[in-house]
Design a protein around this ligand. Structure first.
Ligand code: ZN
Ligand code: FE
Ligand code: FE
Length: 265
């Protein structure tokens, strides 16, 4: 059985389609256990600096939760998730927001290195001006810290730094190993996210080498398409299953009220 735990909604300002259309697409694909995980409001920025095209405004969060819960009344396989940015030093604020809602799972994401939103297509200049290995080290350190924060159930797209195809020449195995160890210690899931295939990285997040190390250390895996439109639900899941199986996974993590269970792939 396959799951898709990572869908956005039009509330975030850069996704399209009605929530029902995501569910209809999932039903057509035979995905039984699914979840919305829209972007949490940008709690770490002052209101004037928040971008309505990146995340829903504060007042939409209760409406998002209510909308998913209403859909759950007729869809037993639907879960209430959220994708929350990890920003070091802001853990307490985030914990307080998360505590206010009955989420089934929380996906933790690193989208910033200091103030740089490194996954934004219009902000790629720093890649050309940086030592890529140093950037990767800083990125993976944040991923490890996001896991260690204890705030999250699933660590999203855990090598997102490769998105635009900027890759250091060095072997990344040691970095992967340290990061996988942080996930294992924190008992969080690694997310297998198929969105990377659609970008210059042309690869699922994470790379096979990273995923295999996670498997070896007993890190559970969760699966998501990171759909920002109904047609992206379940995208490239054939490839994702191939990658998971090659790494040795035979089950996927599922969540209810932040309690982890498993389904066989
Ligand atoms: Zn998004
Ligand atoms: Fe993300
Ligand atoms: Fe996402």
């Amino acid at each position: 059985m396959l799951t898709d735990y990572h869908w956005h909604t039009a509330r975030c300002g850069h996704a399209a389609g009605a929530m029902e259309e995501y569910l209809a697409r999932a039903a057509a694909l035979g995905l039984e256990e699914v979840g919305f995980a829209d972007h949490l409001p940008q709690y770490f920025l002052p209101p004037a600096r928040r971008d309505p095209e990146l995340a829903m405004p504060d007042e939409e969060l209760p409406r998002y939760v209510a909308a998913v819960r209403e859909l759950q009344e007729t869809r037993p396989g639907l879960r209430l998730g959220i994708e929350a940015d990890y920003v070091p030093g802001r853990e307490k604020e985030l914990a307080d927001i998360l505590a206010g809602y009955p989420f089934d799972y929380v996906i933790g994401s690193v989208h910033h290195i200091d103030d740089w939103e490194f996954d934004h297509p219009d902000r790629q200049d720093p890649y050309g001006q940086s030592d890529l290995l140093d950037l990767y080290r800083r990125y993976f350190d944040l991923v490890a810290r996001s896991a260690a924060s204890g705030l999250f159930d699933i660590i999203a797209h855990p090598d997102l730094i490769k998105k635009f195809g900027f890759r250091p020449a060095a072997d990344l195995t040691d970095l992967y190993r340290e990061t996988a160890r942080a996930l294992a210690r924190a008992e969080v899931c690694v997310e297998v996210n198929t969105a990377g295939l659609a970008y210059p990285a042309a690869e699922i997040y994470p790379a096979y080498g990273f995923l295999a190390l996670c498997r070896g250390m007993g890190v559970p895996a969760a699966l998501g398409s990171d759909a920002h439109a109904p047609r992206q639900v379940g995208r490239s899941f054939g490839q994702a299953v191939g990658l998971l199986q090659k790494a040795g996974y035979d089950r996927l993590a599922v969540f209810r009220r932040r309690e982890r269970g498993y389904v066989a792939i």
